[in-house]
Design a protein around this ligand. Structure first.
Ligand code: Z5A
Ligand code: MG
Length: 223
């Protein structure tokens, strides 16, 4: 049987100010310079109609029920799901700056049931690699402090961190590739650690695109 010819889906997760966007950009540039087709997607994608509602909520310009905003974050991923699978199938590497794991961690931190939070993300394109940028919230705060948006407070970040750790343990238990990166190091060192995890995946994805938390892990077009 011929090998599926597709590229890698790489997710960068982590706490606020852990350097996700910085590293996503560095990785994007590195792959572009290596002539590897690559697209960087940021979640939330604040440019769509749903993304604009999320943006307004995060800026505290509007109020929403906790479950309603959770479902909007998930819908924001689903509206890009078929775009992601199309890119992967056509040989473009996809980097996502945050993904479903942020959705679960931030909503469960508010007290919503963990399994309820996970439900709507089941079946999304599964990452081939999730890089979790691990940092002490106090170190993150020292990087210019938290911003003005919702959730940007140290006690929130501590709770979110514990939930990310739970998600990471579960992902590793089920055999998914979840790699912790020490994000407290300098930018270049972190970039090298990330490259060490990403490089082996480039040009070597030989399985069908998986579905997140779905078994068996087959993702067909039409999502
Ligand atoms: N959220 C949610 O609730 N549910 C969901 O489903 C999703 C998200 C997807 C907005 O996310 C909020 O949405 C977020 C979670 C929630 N709330 N919080 N918290 P966002 O992605 O738009 O916002 P966020 O605010 O990511 O964090 P950030 O500030 O963008 O952090 P970052 O991307 O990890 O960091 P950065 O921008 O790359 O770097 C921050 C600063 O540190 C900057 O000045 C850098 O130059 C500096 N930096 C970066 N790396 C280093 C190193 N290695 N050393 C020293 N300084 C560094
Ligand atoms: Mg960011």
């Amino acid at each position: 049987m011929a090998k599926p010819n597709r590229s890698a889906f790489i997710v960068i997760e982590g706490l606020d100010r852990s350097g996700k966007s910085t590293q996503a950009q560095i990785l994007h540039e590195r792959l572009t310079n290596a002539k590897t087709p690559v697209e960087l997607i940021k979640f939330p994608d604040r440019t769509t109609a749903i993304g604009k509602m999320i943006d307004s909520y995060l800026r505290s310009e509007s109020e929403l029920d906790d479950r309603a905003i959770h479902l909007l974050f998930t819908a924001n991923r689903w509206e890009l799901a078929s775009h992601i699978t199309t890119l992967l199938a056509s040989g473009t590497t996809v980097i996502a700056d945050r993904y479903a794991f942020s959705g679960i961690a931030f909503s469960a931190r508010k007290g919503l049931p963990y399994e309820w939070c996970r439900g709507p993300d089941v079946g999304l394109p599964a990452p081939d690699l999730t890089l979790f940028l691990n940092i002490e919230p106090a170190v993150a705060r020292a990087r210019g402090g938290y911003g003005e948006e919702r959730y940007e407070r140290e006690e929130v970040q501590r709770g979110v961190r514990e939930l990310f750790e739970k998600i990471g343990r579960e992902m590793q238990t089920e055999g998914s590739s979840w790699v912790q990166v020490d994000a407290g190091k300098g930018k270049d060192e972190v970039a090298e650690d990330i490259w060490g995890a990403v490089e082996p995946l480039i040009g070597s994805c030989d399985s069908p695109i998986g579905r997140l938390w779905d078994t068996p892990p087959h993702f067909n077009s039409g999502a």
